[in-house]
Design a protein around this ligand. Sequence first.
Ligand code: HEC
Length: 208
Amino acid sequence: MSPAGRTALALAVLALGGCDRMQGGSTVAAAPENAAPSIEAISAVPLGDVAGPGKTPAPAIQDNPYAHNPQAVQQGEDLFVRMNCAGCHGYGAKGSMGPNLTDHYWRYGGTPVQIFKSIYEGRPQGMPAWNPALPPNDIWKLVSYIQSLGGTFPASAYQAWVQGDVPGTQFSPETASTLPADAAKAKPRNETATSSPAEARPDPGKTP
Ligand code: HEC
């Protein structure tokens, strides 16, 4: 290629790069619906319970790209045994040296993306980081399996969970009735507990 041609090419590449940056996009083609969220978006999601609910801003909701996919649940269960998650969390994930992953208590947050992050990044009290040993898709399948065990919070309930509830417990019954069916079926942990109807927020999205 001639020097002029090379310069033109370099300029074209620069222009493209600048354009992408202006739109905040990546160089990857538009993501198909239900594609896995980018690791950058996932990294921006704050930690769950340990950060304190009051200090935790609602993250952009990153749902599991394998949501409602029974095959992914099965593959996640296989991985859970094959990667020896079960060795620490127990077969059935009910806990042993590692915590129970089937209840509503989450040290680091119980929405799908927060669980993804716990697996991807590892956690200080003995949880190994599985990046890069496991590709993100396999981690999402593990999340699918853990979601199938019933203790997680649906991503859509995150706001209610942050604002209306004791850290580590489910949203109030009043809030639950305003959530999608899959959210409401996870029963509030402490139905007798403190929250009164006045504290429930039927419109959690409106207040900053
Ligand atoms: C060496 C033992 C060990 C292995 C192997 C292990 N974990 Fe863990 N895991 C732990 C411990 C201990 C914690 C708690 C860490 C903490 O509190 O800082 C934990 C925490 C977690 C959490 C966060 C729980 C919460 O309450 O927020 C998730 C999710 C999790 N592990 C999933 C997995 C998955 C999936 C695998 C397999 C890919 C796995 N773990 C493998 C020991 C392990």
